[in-house]
Write a protein that binds this ligand. Structure first.
Ligand code: SAH
Ligand code: DHB
Ligand code: MG
Length: 227
């Protein structure tokens, strides 16, 4: 068994033991696949993790950057109370269509607002709504879009998150290439810039956790916004 096969088998063991893998989530993945979307959603164990983090901060308002077919969206929205809200931002109209259908089938359409557009347009708009008191800050932000701009998404997310809230960034270890200072890979450069910006930011306390599993070797950053 190769290392990668073992990571996948352990992921399957964990998922079977502890992670709900219900028909709704399976159907969301199947519909995304049938529509030709790439198979890059969070794994079930990762979906459960972001769900648990949302529960831990009693999230009532969640922001997601990068919807794809709505798989991670469904995990996060399930952590919300019935009057909670999740806004998810997606650049590709086709992805947003698939996600909306998946979210509706999951019975979560009342809580989830899929906003089509470039996150760097939508995030300033959300900050404007907050500044004019037309909206409340978020309790949790999940950043999972184009990796080159993770530092920018983080900076906007910080403005949009309440003290004590959580910002999570997916795909920041990149097969370990995070340590390659001269990498030309935009995702690696984005992950390094994210770490630099976070290190210089006294308003957050953060760490990055390396992960292996069905999606290979990667990791995520978790930051809490200081009071
Ligand atoms: N969070 C999803 C996976 C997201 S994949 C899950 O785990 O289920 C990344 C998504 O980000 C893709 O759908 C891509 O179209 C979207 N994306 C890429 N660049 C973007 C941008 N600038 N603004 C908004 N969404 C973007
Ligand atoms: C990939 C994985 C992700 O989790 C993601 O959000 C985007 C791309 C990938 O493996 O290519
Ligand atoms: Mg991801």
């Amino acid at each position: 068994m190769s290392e990668r096969q073992r990571w996948t088998a352990v992921d399957e063991y964990i998922t079977a033991a502890l992670c709900e893998r219900d028909e709704v989530l399976e159907a969301a993945l199947a519909a995304s696949d049938a529509a030709g979307l790439p198979a890059i959603a969070v794994s079930p164990a990762q979906g459960k993790l972001i769900y648990l983090l949302a529960r831990l901060v009693n999230a009532r308002r969640i922001l997601e950057i990068g919807t794809l077919g709505g798989y991670s969206t469904i995990w996060l929205a399930r952590a919300l109370p019935p009057d909670g809200q999740l806004i998810t931002v997606e650049y590709e109209p086709k992805h947003a269509d698939v996600a909306r259908a998946n979210i509706a089938k999951a019975g979560l359409a009342d809580r989830v607002d899929v906003r089509i557009g470039d996150a760097l347009d939508t995030l300033p708009r959300l900050a404007g709504e907050l500044a004019h008191e037309h909206a409340e800050p978020f309790d949790l932000v999940f950043i999972d879009a184009d990796k080159a701009r993770n530092a920018d998404y983080f900076t906007w997310s910080l403005r949009l998150t309440r003290p004590g809230g959580v910002i999570i960034v997916d795909n920041v270890v990149r097969r370990g290439e995070l340590i390659d200072a001269d990498s030309v890979d935009p995702g690696v450069r984005g992950a390094r810039r994210l770490h630099e910006v976070m290190a210089a930011e006294s308003r957050v306390s953060a760490t990055t956790i390396q992960t292996v599993g069905a999606k290979g070797y990667d990791g995520f950053t978790i930051a809490i916004v200081e009071q």
